[in-house]
Unconditional design. Sequence first.
Length: 549
Amino acid sequence: MTTPDPGRRGGPPPGGPARELLRTRGIRKTFPGVVALDGVDFDLRSGEVHVLLGENGAGKSTLIKVLSGVHRADEGEVLREGRPVRVGGAEDAARLGIATIHQEFTLVPQLSVAENIFLGRQPRRFGMVDRKRMRADAAVLLDRVGVDVPPGTPVGELGIAHAQMVEIAKALSLDARILVMDEPTATLTAGEVDRLFGLVRRLRSEGVGVVFITHHLEEIAALGDRVTVIRDGRSVGQVPATTPRDDLVRMMVGRSIEQQYPRHAAQVRRTEGAGEVADSAPERGSSGAPLLRVAGLTRAGAFADVSFEVRAGEVVGLAGLVGAGRTEVARAVFGADPYDAGSVEVDGRRLARHDVQAALAAGVGLVPEDRKGQGLLLDASVEDNLGLVTLGSATRGGFVDRAGQRRDAARIADRLAVRMSGPRQPMRTLSGGNQQKVVIGKWLLARSRVLILDEPTRGIDVGAKVEIYELVNELTASGHAVLMISSDLPEVLGMSDRVLVMSQGRIAGELTRRDATQDAVMELAVGTTAHHSERNTDEAKDRETPRGH
């Protein structure tokens, strides 16, 4: 759980007044058919955390790529301590003391921690790499960032949190005074986020200026000093980090969002004024017939005796601690992984075990938690990705109906409001929210009746989240059944008609919408682990705590 920083908000660092480290004026950057940045102004002071906020596709990543030398601005200027500078590449950025921690790490898994920190700058003695000194210097940097990892450890053996700290140690080895962090908490647990925030605060106290990009609005007040909001490639305002969340959302999306979870809002609107009728009304979706029925599903070492139903028109949330077995169950239901016992039925028909094609034919779709690694072909186009599931049915006599596939892809992309220059745009160039829309869109094209959503809004902004929530409502309104797995407890509670809670591979309990609270979910999630407390160190508990609790 992130806690607000009791320190100053944008004030001078210890030892003197804050000075301006960096400023951009009128930065403009275009790509074929797209204006990514349209006159962005931004500034960073020493000893502050300046949050860069905006929807996916707003231009945040393009701006930091201009600052790090990946892209060159078409217009505008960058000033370092008041002097115009040229950032033509990574070497220029390093010389200017600008280091960037991208969402996708630049570490080499096969090399050691020390070799990654000093890659291309290894200390030498008599013309040879001085490995003893390199490890010693790396140990000092690792200690500074609070990581207890031997410098000789291969990076490929590290978890995400430690790999991220190695990236920061690498930046500090360059004597960076400006640290740009792009979504650094997207894949971290609550405990890892707290440790990262502690490090950022220490760096801030040393006069380092930090540009921090996040989609988690609760992190802004916990860590930030100022916020610059970017919308549609333009900087639309700069406000204190203490600005109310609703105001930040309004600046980001250009409209007011009365309820973050439109499913709950729709239910409230339907029941307002109904009096006692509303109190006695059945749970939303409960009148539908069971589309998905799972009975006694078991796989040794992963999950045991898992049974549940999802009805037509219903969203069932699957909550639990990290490692509880939620994703493993979802993949088994979809046929991607085997199971030892139990059954899966769709609309009364039993599916063959470990058979994805049988699941597809029955109308089951899976949106995986790793959309880039498992849900998309990043080098293919938008239209090719949308047509992945229906490729077989669109093939006649060995030939694919490309014109039909293209029409269907354009129709779905338009329905989901995918922001793109055209259907042939490479998938990897889309924002995270638009990529997720495409992953869901391919199952809409396949006419899937049962949709399993595993972490459907991870790493996407609040505006895109609401669009996906509204899409889920549309699907259930038309009779689809949705099983939603999420580590974001407010999301589970806000979008589910019923909540199933898993603990240590088993269903620990089921909660109605009325009874589902964060405390109730967590009580079930940790209840069956009480007899194993001797194995649960504080570290393990930190790692398992879902975001939002």
